[in-house]
Design a protein around this ligand. Structure first.
Ligand SMILES: [Zn+2]
Length: 284
């Protein structure tokens, strides 16, 4: 789907039809011409509306070619920060270059069994909680879980090493702040908690949404090492001011579970970005 294939174009065409073109002001020809243009415009709009995007007004972006990560900043003036920002994500976490700060703690996690709507949104498989109740606390601030989704391979790396996949749990607070918890995923034992999801991943973009019950506390206790830094969204508009926490060691999915995801998305990752000297803190 092309950028501009949305309601804006449709409105422009319709305004032209109903205000009348200056070249054909009166007569049967004018009426027929307007009817013809109306039909074409309606057909074009129908085709556009069918090729669903997450936001009909947002430019199309992807992970390769002209609409890929190197060009995101060109797709919309609001995406300029993807090139010009000095706090972009993901980054490589260099464990020999961490900043010590005894005041830095791990997020406090409070997850429980929840129903999630599962959607293939054209960029990833995303799960949105149907009810509230999954929260985290970072530096005394409460953030509620908004959605979680996957990338393959991982977006962050640790000492240059990437993992099979990465899970992002996206949280927001009342002030509009965002906090993402990132879990690396490596091949290993079957992940029973996510089995119902991975047995039934929606392969079709915009297909019928399904619902699945998951207790994220079962896959994620917050154990291990947490690396914290200030970064950005890893997808357009790549807005900054996102509090990142990247956990190690990885959680596991079986080979079959990873392959189920790869059959739908393989390569939906943004390359690592320049740290520009940003500190990365370690909390254990
Ligand atoms: Zn993500």
């Amino acid at each position: 789907m092309l950028a501009g294939c949305g309601r804006g174009v449709y409105n422009t065409i319709m305004i032209h039809i109903f205000r009348g073109g200056r070249t054909c002001k009166t007569g049967l020809f004018s009426v027929l011409a307007r009817l013809a243009v109306f039909s074409i415009a309606t057909l074009v709009f129908s085709a556009c509306a069918t090729a669903r995007t997450p936001d009909a007004e947002a430019p199309h972006w992807s992970y390769e070619g002209e609409t890929g990560p190197d060009n995101w900043y060109l797709l919309d003036p609001a995406y300029a920060i993807a090139r010009d920002g000095k706090a972009q994500s993901p980054v490589d976490i260099v464990t020999a270059d961490l900043t010590a700060d005894p005041g830095i703690g791990k997020p406090l996690i409070s997850y429980s069994e929840t129903s999630f709507e599962v959607e293939n949104n054209g960029h990833t498989i995303e799960l949105t909680p149907v009810t509230d109740g999954n929260t985290i606390s970072i530096d005394g601030e409460i953030y509620a879980l908004r959605q979680f989704h996957f990338h393959a391979p991982s977006e962050h790396s640790v000492d240059g090493k990437f993992f099979d996949m990465e899970l992002h749990l996206v949280h927001g607070n009342e002030g509009g702040g965002l906090a993402v918890l990132a879990l690396m995923i490596a091949e290993g034992p079957v992940n029973e908690t996510l089995a119902a999801l991975f047995d039934n991943l929606p392969g079709e973009v915009g297909g019928e949404e399904t619902e699945v019950k998951i207790n994220l506390a079962d896959i994620f206790t917050g154990a291990g090492t947490a690396y914290r830094y200030d970064g950005s969204l890893t997808t357009p508009p790549c807005s900054e001011g996102v509090k990142w926490t990247v956990y190690m060691p990885p959680i596991t999915l079986s080979r079959a579970q990873i392959d189920a995801y790869l059959s739908i998305y393989n390569g939906n990752k943004r390359p690592v970005q320049n740290r520009y000297g940003r500190p990365i803190y370690k909390a254990e």
